[in-house]
Design a protein. Structure first.
Length: 461
């Protein structure tokens, strides 16, 4: 049955205020786009009331040890039972996946899907600001249709690779429609940056946020969130007010923190390549003064270092930052392959886990990554942190991301009553329990099925 609800994405904010990093000429912008939820594709079909049992060589519920000859039963988009096939597969429509492991769907806690057409095209030589400028130049040539296609391409790739949930930064509000249409679970984060670092720029940004939220209502699968880009791209008052709104409306807030050393130097001293870049863009107002704090300390002072906040990257630590993160409750999103792309020193990921700080994994964008794959992120994390147990890495990539997005009561483990978000990955014939999880985090296995709320989004059998 065709769903008749339409979602409008407003794009009528004056371009002079929009997106320092991602601006596009006014003449290339469409006045408005409209999304219609299309009829459910056959691959996504879910028959109401019918019990479906997926059986495989192994079942990993995310709780406890792997279950040999396991099965998961789903009905109406939720998990009814999970465990030994002998106990679960008593009735219902049966799907035997053979030499495979069924496990919770992965959560991509940080993505820029609109950059999915830039794989291998934006080199990092010359430093971070030079890399950003190359992205700016590329995006100036791209229409909304170009970026929408990039988002759709990115969604297709993450689903094929086993992500069932994504938190996506969207500068022009173009990910909401494709997320709704795709069947994937997602948070479309309104990224705001490039508004002049002045009070007038702050007010214009908040009006844009109001317009976008009004145009994009939350659905059962797709929610809107806020993404003040970073402490160096916005006035502190704007970050504070975004945090207040996110808290009041129980929305996810995502912010890049301690991503590069240039960021830390700029916030401490007001000098360096980032200042030069902001001046080049003509957005650094006379009101701005350096806060002379670490990015994490500044975020804490603005009230955004709390549960519901994604502290993206956190590649560098300064004195007191660990205590601030632990006390505040924000989740650190580690992007292993993006971190490697820029050649940063070893990431503090292990220290975050040791202290019980919430953690999740993300891919970042294809401008700083070769793929949008949870397996490649896990493989890189495994190589960098061989002492972290494989089950812990798998849990961070699934339940960790769900918890970071406030969805852990619904996803992240294959527990009865939760949403039926799961994947099936090919495993070698005869692999034992002792080698299974290590194989999964080290080998990037083929994904046979990706299922969200009981609907098959990808069938690679």
């Amino acid at each position: 049955m065709t769903m008749k609800k339409h979602y409008k994405i407003q794009q009528d904010i004056p371009i002079k205020f929009i997106f320092m990093f991602y601006a596009t000429p006014t003449s290339r912008r469409r006045p408005e786009s409209q999304w219609t939820i299309r009829p459910t594709p056959r691959t996504m079909a879910r028959v109401a009331g019918v019990r479906t049992v997926y059986r495989a060589r192994w079942l990993l519920t995310g709780e406890g040890e792997p279950v040999p000859d396991g099965a998961i039963a789903i009905r109406d988009g939720r998990i009814e039972a999970a465990g030994s096939a002998r106990d679960v597969a008593r009735d219902g429509r049966a799907v035997d996946l053979g030499d495979a492991a069924i496990l919770p769907g992965f959560v991509n806690a940080h993505a820029h899907l609109e950059l999915s057409g830039m794989r291998g095209q934006i080199p990092a030589d010359g430093g971070f600001c030079a890399w950003v400028r190359r992205i700016v130049d590329r995006k100036r040539t791209m229409t909304d249709a170009d970026l929408t296609l990039a988002v759709e391409t990115g969604i297709s790739e993450i689903v094929r690779n086993g992500f069932t949930t994504v938190a996506d930064h969207a500068t022009r509000g173009l990910s909401y429609g494709p997320l709704c249409e795709s069947g994937v679970r997602g948070t479309s984060l309104i990224e705001f940056t490039g508004f002049a670092l002045t009070p007038a720029g702050t007010e214009e940004c908040l009006r844009m946020v109001e317009s976008r939220l009004a145009a994009c209502p939350d659905t059962d699968r797709v929610r809107m969130g806020l993404a003040p880009h970073s402490p160096y791209a916005l006035l502190p008052d704007l970050i504070r007010r975004a945090g207040e709104r996110a808290r009041a409306e129980r929305r996810t807030l995502s912010i890049h923190l301690s991503e590069v050393l240039e960021e830390i130097a700029f916030l401490r001293t007001g000098t360096g390549p980032i200042r030069e870049f902001l001046e080049y863009r003509g957005v650094l107002g006379p009101e701005w003064t350096p806060p002379r704090q670490s990015p994490t300390a500044l975020a804490e002072s603005l009230g955004v270092l709390r549960p519901g906040t994604l502290a993206v990257h956190m590649n560098y630590l300064e004195t007191g930052d660990l205590d601030r993160l632990h006390a505040g409750g924000a989740a650190v999103v580690y992007c292993p392959n993006s971190h490697a792309f820029f050649g940063h020193p070893p990431h503090p990921f292990g220290r975050y886990l040791d202290l019980g700080i919430r953690a999740a994994l993300g891919t970042d964008s294809l401008a700083s990554n070769a793929s949008l794959s949870p397996w490649e992120e896990l493989r890189t994390a495994r190589a960098r942190f061989p002492a972290i147990p494989a089950p812990t890495l798998l849990r961070v990539a699934s339940l960790g991301g769900g918890r970071a997005l406030g969805l852990d009561a619904r996803i992240g483990t294959l527990s009865p009553g939760k949403e039926a978000d799961f994947i099936a990955a090919r495993v070698p014939e005869g692999i034992g329990a002792g080698a299974l999880e290590e194989h999964l985090v080290s080998s990037a296995p083929a994904v046979l099925l990706t299922v969200v709320a009981g609907r098959v989004l990808h069938d690679g059998r």
